[in-house]
Ligand binder design. Structure first.
Ligand SMILES: [Zn+2]
Length: 293
């Protein structure tokens, strides 16, 4: 029963594709589209594009340097295939100063991070991406990206930047084997996700070669922040226990993340207010004394 249903679905899909190849065969990947296909893609995406944002940094002793980039692209591409959007090429020019002591880290300067990101979204918008969702895949960008979005108000733009944080957990999640409070980097959760996106690059047998324990070397009151906090707690650039990762947890997290991106693409396509309000705001910003009381 299931097989024959699947067969008839496959048949109707192939009939559909014969009728309208542009609707079914358009890649979501910017780099794979021809110029003509790109024009069709922008129309099909209703100007909605994804910028999956990774990083190049150590991920414990057992995961690849490009882990965040690989995982975020896996989620973004799968989501865009469910709800069409164009996915920008590999992007990893983010905030990672705290891992400069580890091999393979690529840490661009603060000014360049913001400049490359601004010119990237400007170029995306010039090509028709009037709604850009930055899909974050790296915790070290958690301050950078909202700051970038906030500062889009400093001068007029004809496009909207949205930021989607990392959201892999949710209700119904399989029980974790390690402490969720310190499962922060290359630990159970992230390693499980990597086992789905790129199982060939996960070396679980190496996960205990270094400690991912919190070394708690700095005692400061809650709410008092300093940049060295991360190194003080996790000098191996490893936080958690990668060795207890599982495909079961990874499947849940990958599904949750992909669903979150799909929901965001749909919400952004439906959003007619943000750009209208931005334009109203930019106009009022030119003459603040005339802003109605
Ligand atoms: Zn990571």
């Amino acid at each position: 029963m299931y097989k024959s249903l699947l067969l008839s679905l496959t048949l109707s899909a192939s009939i559909l594709s014969a009728q309208s190849p542009a609707q079914t065969k358009l890649s979501v990947n910017w780099a794979e589209l021809s110029a003509g296909e790109f024009r069709d893609g922008i129309a099909r995406a209703q100007g909605t594009c994804l910028l999956p944002f990774g990083i190049m940094e150590k991920h414990g002793p057992h995961l690849p340097l490009g882990n965040d980039l690989l995982n975020v692209r896996y989620s973004a591409i799968n989501a865009a295939q469910q709800e069409y959007a164009i996915v920008f090429p590999e992007y990893y020019f983010g905030q990672i100063a705290e891992a400069k002591h580890e091999p393979g880290t690529v840490a661009y300067s603060r000014g360049l991070q913001l400049q490359v990101l601004q010119e990237t979204t400007d170029e995306m918008a010039r090509n028709g991406c009037k709604k850009i969702i930055i899909v974050n895949g790296h915790g070290g960008n958690n301050s950078l990206l909202p700051f970038f979005a906030q500062t889009q108000l400093d001068m007029p733009h004809d496009y909207v930047v949205y930021v989607l944080g990392i959201a892999r957990s949710g209700p119904g999640e399989p029980k974790h084997k390690s402490n969720p409070a310190t499962d922060m980097h290359a630990g159970e959760s992230e390693t499980s996700m990597s086992m789905i996106a790129r199982p060939d690059l996960v070396h679980l047998d190496r996960a205990t070669q270094e400690s991912g324990a919190d070394q708690a070397r700095l005692k400061l009151p809650d709410g008092l922040y300093t940049g060295i906090w991360w190194y003080a707690r996790f000098p191996n650039h490893y936080a958690g226990e990668g060795a207890v990762a599982s495909r079961e947890l990874g499947e849940f997290e990958a599904r949750t993340w992909i669903n979150g991106v799909v929901q965001s693409i749909r919400a952004v396509k439906a959003d007619q207010e943000s750009l209208r309000l931005q334009n109203e705001f930019y106009e009022r910003g030119k003459r603040p004394l005339e802003t109605p009381r």
